[in-house]
Each structure stands twice: as C-alpha cells, then as structure tokens.
Design a protein around this ligand. Structure first.
Ligand SMILES: NC(=O)c1ccc[n+]([C@@H]2O[C@H](COP(=O)([O-])OP(=O)(O)OC[C@H]3O[C@@H](n4cnc5c(N)ncnc54)[C@H](OP(=O)(O)O)[C@@H]3O)[C@@H](O)[C@H]2O)c1
Length: 249
C-alpha cells in the first residue's frame, strides 16, 4: 500500500480531482506536493490539508516552472514515489472557427505540459515508482465542439503506453485513468457552463449513464490511490475508465 515515507507530486492539485487525491494520499500518511497557477486556490488547499502538503505555484506549460518544482521537491523531500499528472484544461472549440491560440493553449497545458513535467521529474522518481496520468473518456470519443480537448486526451492515453515501455528498466509503472463526467469546477472554469447547464447535464446523465449520475472527485481519487499502490503492482500501461459505465455501453 501507500507508505508513510511516500512522496507524491500532483499537478493541478488545488481543485477538483487533484485536491481530492491530495487529501486521500495525506490521509494515508504520504507527503504531497501540489501545483497550480492560482495562488489563492493553493493557499486554501494548504489551510485545508496542513503540514503534509507543500504547495508550489507553477504552470505545467512553463519549463522554468518545472525546474522550480524539481528544486523544491529535491530540497524538501529528495525523491518521489508517485506522480499524478492531472493538471488540464477543458475548453470548447468550433471546427471551422478555431484559433491557433486555442489550439496552442489546450496542447501546451494538456500535452506538452504533461510531457515535460513528467520528464523533468524522472531523476526524482525512485525505481519501482508509479505514474498515473489523467486523460478522460473523451480520449476515445468524438464529443462535439471539443475536438482539441478530445485529441489532447488521446495523446495523454498514448503517453502511458509508451512510457510504460520506456521506463521498464526502472520498474516504473505508468497508467492512465479516464474519468467520466465528474462534479468539479471544470464545468464553470473552462467550459463556461451555467448552473442551469450543469443541472441539465445531470438530468441527461440520469437517462444516459448506467450509473445515472456524475462521479465525485473522491471516486476518481480512490482509483488513483489504487493504481499508485502496490495492490496494483501488475497493472501497467492501461487506461482505466472511471465513468459509471457511461462510455462503456
Ligand atoms: N471533471 C471532469 O468531468 C473530468 C473528466 C475527465 C477528465 N478530467 C480531467 O481531470 C483533470 C482535473 O480536472 P478537474 O475536473 O479536477 O478540474 P478543476 O477543478 O478545474 O482542476 C484543474 C486543476 O488543474 C490546475 N491547472 C490548470 N491548468 C494548469 C496549468 N497550466 N498548470 C498547473 N496547473 C493547472 C488548476 O489550477 P489553476 O487553474 O490554479 O492552475 C486546478 O488545480 C483535468 O486534466 C481534466 O481534463 C476531468
């Protein structure tokens, strides 16, 4: 299982799924480092989770920030046993009217940011560690007006196949989770959905998803915890859907 001296980096750990995951690992006795761009959200997380949490203001798409994250973890703990590469944005785009800026933003954060964050942390990762990447069920779907987000998540899923192979000599397992619709601030942050839109989405899921509801951040966090733990020691390179069956039927 997760052990007392374990050390976890969670990118985008100040909200939603990342924050629930930070709490889950801290409850198990680990030291947790989280990143995010917004200082206020990081401070709120620190107040909630206490001494076992270190917050680092950093943008995954900025390689200089990755160097800062590396140095802070090296000085404070010296090593990592898990990376949960979670930071991501979801923004709609209309095919035919999409700007290069939108393309770059989604791919810089969701794809380039994930690649270079994980790459720059490799010297800190102990052999036998675990990496969990956060994709989405959209990695295998063509959801309308979301082609950039869909494609960025397909790239994330692909990374876990390649890295499981690339890191095999260090016995580092790399897996992807693909959450379904999960109740977090992402719907208002990036997708600009109103309260009413979210209520409509819930009503629609009641009809179309076998489980009939949105997921909770805790349900996703528990899955990350399992994949990172020794209970998942023979699981490598997979994509695990955590979606109540929504994308499975
Ligand atoms: N909620 C869902 O339905 C759902 C479904 C499938 C997959 N996911 C994936 O789950 C992940 C977490 O999303 P969430 O739903 O928990 O959303 P959220 O509550 O909006 O959290 C996103 C987190 O990522 C951070 N972040 C965003 N851009 C960043 C950047 N450039 N550098 C560092 N941190 C950054 C945010 O902090 P700052 O804004 O302060 O930087 C925040 O901590 C995302 O990758 C998302 O695509 C979500």
């Amino acid at each position: 299982m997760i052990e007392k001296n374990d050390s976890i980096l969670i990118t985008g750990g100040s909200s939603g799924i990342g924050l629930a995951t930070a709490k889950t690992f801290i409850d198990a006795g680990a030291d947790v480092f989280i990143t995010g761009r917004n200082a206020e959200r990081l401070d709120t997380a620190k107040k909630e989770l206490g001494d076992a949490l270190t917050t680092i203001q950093a943008d995954v798409s900025d390689t200089k920030d990755n160097e800062k994250v590396y140095e802070i973890i090296k000085d404070k703990k010296g090593y990592l046993t898990t990376i949960f590469a979670n930071a991501g944005v979801a923004e709609g785009n209309i095919m035919g009217k999409t700007s290069i800026e939108s393309f770059d933003k989604t791919f810089d954060i969701n794809v380039k940011g994930m690649f270079f964050t994980v790459q720059s942390m490799l010297p800190l990762l102990k052999n036998g560690s675990s990496i969990v990447l956060n994709a989405s069920i959209v990695a295998n779907k063509g959801m309308a007006n979301l082609s950039l987000y869909n494609a960025s998540k397909a790239a994330v899923r692909s990374f876990s196949r390649s890295w499981a192979n690339d890191l095999k000599s260090r016995h580092i397992r790399v897996n992807t989770i693909s959450p379904g619709v999960t109740e977090t601030p992402i719907f208002t942050h990036g997708l600009d959905m109103s309260k009413e839109d979210i209520e409509n989405l819930k009503a629609s899921l009641a009809q179309t998803s076998p489980i009939g509801r949105m997921g909770t951040p805790q349900e996703i966090a528990d899955t990350v915890f399992f994949l990172a733990s020794k209970k998942a020691s023979y699981i490598n390179g997979i994509e695990l859907a955590v979606d109540g069956g929504f994308a499975q039927i």
